[in-house]
Design a protein around this ligand. Structure first.
Ligand code: ZN
Length: 330
């Protein structure tokens, strides 16, 4: 297929088809497809990408691939991202940011920010698919495609919002294929931001604690979560959040696994914790409702039981995976 003089590649998959599974991972090394956005299909080539000539050569390589995104939403056709030949850059504004994502099967993958167009419908190549909301694409992309689209959204969003040096205020330039920005004025280097979040499933005996934020839909329950503060460990954050939001004292906090969440830059770190008792004192500004559900109740819900007063988080969310892991444990 020829578009604007360049080869167009549609529905190239980075790896095998969707292979999400609900098998419990081993405790030390969770499967990469454990949670949405958590697969790692690309070699990020951390050393090579620091060489501008290497990046330029990859961009010029006709085998390299380019995913355009409009304000973080990838170009989609069918149920897969549209990977263009890198020559398709000519169809976008010359200053459209391009970031290097990594290499898979010998082919470099790049992402391009198409956000300069007035609308997603008018952005280049919209006619061969659509720029689909990433949250929607999460419902049909393969694990690998979703992880790469999430990485692209994360990076491009960071570059859009960090064009000036936080030290001296001068404009900064992209470096290392987009893995960082550098200030030409003061020499400071700036790296993509990750906002760590501790998400905690507290358990006491045969029950676990689920809660509902005021903005959750009715009946929807999840593990409690909060942002890690300055100079705070995620474990300390987990204990603090449970104390502040639910009045629960944790006696043991155990890390399980993590999930990148590119809306825009959260790194969710999942914990299962032991509570000292089941007494609750809720901070109603943060938690509208919280209650202890027994393992039998949780297992029934995981098996598909419908309850208006208790709806679990969707599959492949880290909260769901924590609940599953606890329910599967003895
Ligand atoms: Zn500076």
């Amino acid at each position: 297929m020829q578009v604007a003089g360049c080869r167009l590649q549609v529905e190239i998959r980075l790896g095998p088809p969707a292979r999400r599974n609900l098998q419990p991972a081993t405790s030390h090394m969770p499967a990469p497809s454990l949670c949405l956005f958590a697969a790692e299909p690309l070699d990020r080539c951390s050393d090579a990408r620091a060489d501008p000539d290497w990046i330029a050569a990859r961009l010029a390589d006709p085998e390299s691939l380019l995913l355009p995104l409009y304000k973080g939403d990838p170009l989609v056709s069918g149920d897969a991202p549209v990977w263009l030949a890198t020559a398709a850059r000519a169809e976008f504004p010359a200053d459209a940011p391009v970031v290097f994502l990594g290499v898979a099967r010998g082919r470099a993958h790049f992402a391009l920010d198409a956000s300069a167009a007035p609308s997603p419908e008018s952005a280049p190549f919209a006619g061969i698919g659509r720029y689909a909301p990433l949250r929607e694409a999460a419902g049909f992309f393969s694990d690998d495609a979703l992880a790469v689209a999430g990485q692209a959204r994360w990076l491009l969003d960071w570059h859009r919002r960090h064009r000036f040096c936080a030290v001296c205020g001068a404009p900064t330039d992209m470096a290392d294929g987009g893995a960082k920005r550098r200030c030409a004025s003061c020499g400071a280097e700036h790296f993509p931001r990750s906002d760590p979040v501790a998400i905690v499933l507290a358990a006491h005996g045969d029950a676990c604690l689920l809660g509902r934020s005021p903005h959750f839909p009715p009946g929807f329950l999840s593990a409690l979560a909060g942002f890690v503060e300055a100079a705070e460990t995620p474990e300390a954050c987990a204990a603090r959040e449970l104390k502040e939001e639910a009045g629960v004292t944790l006696t043991d906090v155990r890390y399980q696994f993590s999930q990148p969440w590119p809306f825009p830059s959260s790194l969710m770190m999942g914990f299962i914790a032991t509570a000292a008792d089941r007494s609750l004192t809720l901070d109603r500004r943060e938690i509208e409702e919280a209650r202890w559900l027994t393992r039998d109740e949780i297992r029934a819900l995981l098996a598909g039981e419908r309850r208006e007063d208790a709806r679990l988080p969707p599959r492949f969310t880290i909260a769901r995976r924590l609940i599953e892991r606890w329910a599967e444990s003895l």
